[in-house]
Design a protein around this ligand. Structure first.
Ligand code: SAH
Ligand code: TYD
Ligand code: ZN
Length: 411
């Protein structure tokens, strides 16, 4: 007998209600070598639901973690100067505010190439990065950053606590939302955090995603889309408390959440303010999420109509930024090499390869000017300012940028 059970909330076990179906999708960071056998490409069904109990927004299907976070994981955090500055400032903030005691210790989940920890290392503060992707970890080690190649979960946390002692701060950027098994993570946090320690993490904010229709923030690695409300419920479930929130402009809009053990710190007024704002906007309401899904479908129609018209008019179109996010857009909208000739990207590990699913060739950023295309689709719209500042000759030559956030537009 076969039975199909609807997926349950990964946090609280209540039932999920699906509100958005983005179809069959590849691993967003699995760039293919030109000679790869396309029949071996991994696909899964990308759909999103919200929990009818704790409100957590999450994927309906989980991709095995080993398929995503591998030795050759191609995303290098240091590829953007804006992000390098953001993480330097973040490290300084933690050093000034939290790491002031005697012999403080900081653990970072998803340290990647050491973009944040390098500043902590320079300050001479004890630290440990935890990241399962060995390649980026090696880049961090080459800078002198301490890294453990592992998935952070309860067992890893217990080992760290036994070997290095408890941490004053556990920090994670764009990583907690990648981890479906939060029960294990929180048991680990309980084991590794000092009694007065804090867990600080920042991830794309559902409030911004809904407001900007930035549905490309949804892909295999982004298992959760957090709100203050869902994070507060999550924290409470595991004996923690949401004590501060801060909205961040990076990556198209994020929130930095600070968690402490329940009762250990007085929550900042910003927490109640953001919770009230979310309630006012109806961010957890089915109608709000359904309206978002309707705008997503509209965005696909608009983008396809624009790209098809440009092709029919004989214009040249390339894309800029082989982002993980763009896998969702290209595969959901059906954007192949007939509509976009290639994608420029500065990441050596992506160049000479094909984008997942859509199979757009990835070429170095220098290919952008050989010669400039008529139109450039901004796949890395979250880095728009940085990229446009780098490519002034494109618009000077009569070229036009295309974005799809918050709506499809020729700039
Ligand atoms: N913090 C960086 C990197 C984000 S990419 C930044 O903000 O730019 C997400 C990183 O999380 C990847 O390097 C991936 O290997 C790592 N990761 C995935 N699952 C993890 C886990 N369970 N524990 C620690 N790191 C994890
Ligand atoms: P990003 O938007 O940070 O993340 P994700 O892959 O999670 O969606 O990815 C930015 C990509 O754009 C990355 O592959 C590097 C590339 N890039 C450039 O090619 N040029 C640039 O100037 C910048 C800032 C990024
Ligand atoms: Zn739930």
């Amino acid at each position: 007998m076969t039975s199909t059970t609807a997926p349950a909330c990964r946090v609280c076990g209540a039932s999920l209600r699906e509100f958005l179906d983005l179809g069959r999708q590849p691993l967003s960071d699995a760039f293919l070598t030109p000679d790869a056998d396309p029949s071996e490409e991994f696909f899964f069904h990308l759909a999103v639901g919200h929990c009818t109990g704790c409100t957590m927004v999450q994927l309906m299907e989980e991709v095995p973690r080993e398929k995503m976070f591998r030795e050759d994981y191609p995303y290098h955090s240091s590829g953007s100067s804006v992000m390098r500055a953001h993480f330097t400032a973040t490290a300084r903030g933690l050093l000034d505010r939290e790491l002031t005691g005697e012999d403080p210790f900081l653990v970072e989940l998803g340290c990647n190439d050491g973009v944040m920890l390098d500043t902590v290392r320079q300050a001479g503060v004890r630290h440990l990065g935890v990241d399962p992707s060995a390649g980026v970890g090696d880049v961090a080690r080459a800078k002198g950053v301490r890294v453990r190649t592992a998935f952070f979960e309860e067992a890893t946390a217990r080992e760290i606590a036994a070997e290095d002692g408890r941490a004053d701060v556990v920090y994670a950027a764009n990583t907690l939302c990648h981890i479906p098994y939060l029960d294990s993570v929180f048991r680990g946090l309980d084991a590794v955090l000092a009694p007065g320690g804090v867990f600080v993490f920042e991830d794309p904010y559902l409030g911004d995603i809904v407001e900007r229709t930035s549905y490309d923030q949804i892909y295999d690695e982004h298992f959760y889309l957090f709100t203050a409300r869902s994070v507060a419920a999550l924290a409470e479930r595991f004996g923690f408390e949401l004590v501060d929130v801060e909205r961040l402009p990076v990556h198209g809009g994020e929130v930095r959440y600070t968690l402490a053990r329940a009762g250990a710190r007085t929550p900042a007024p910003a927490v109640a303010a953001l919770l009230a704002e979310e309630a006012e906007r109806g961010l957890a309401e089915p109608e709000t999420l359904d309206a978002f899904a309707t705008r997503v479908a509209r965005s696909r129609e608009d983008l396809l109509a624009l790209l098809t018209r440009l092709r029919d008019e004989g214009r040249t179109v390339v894309a800029y930024g082989a982002t993980a996010k763009s896998a969702t857009v290209a595969n959901y909208c059906g954007i192949g090499p007939d509509l976009v000739s290639f994608v420029c990207d500065t990441t050596p590990a992506k160049q000479g390869r094909l984008t997942p699913g859509a199979h757009l060739p990835v070429r170095p950023a220098t290919a952008f000017a050989e010669p400039h295309p008529d139109y450039a689709l901004l796949f890395a719209w979250n880095h728009a300012e940085e990229i446009m500042a780098k490519e002034p000759a494109f618009t000077a030559s009569g070229g036009h940028w295309i974005t799809y956030v918050p709506e499809v537009r020729v700039l």
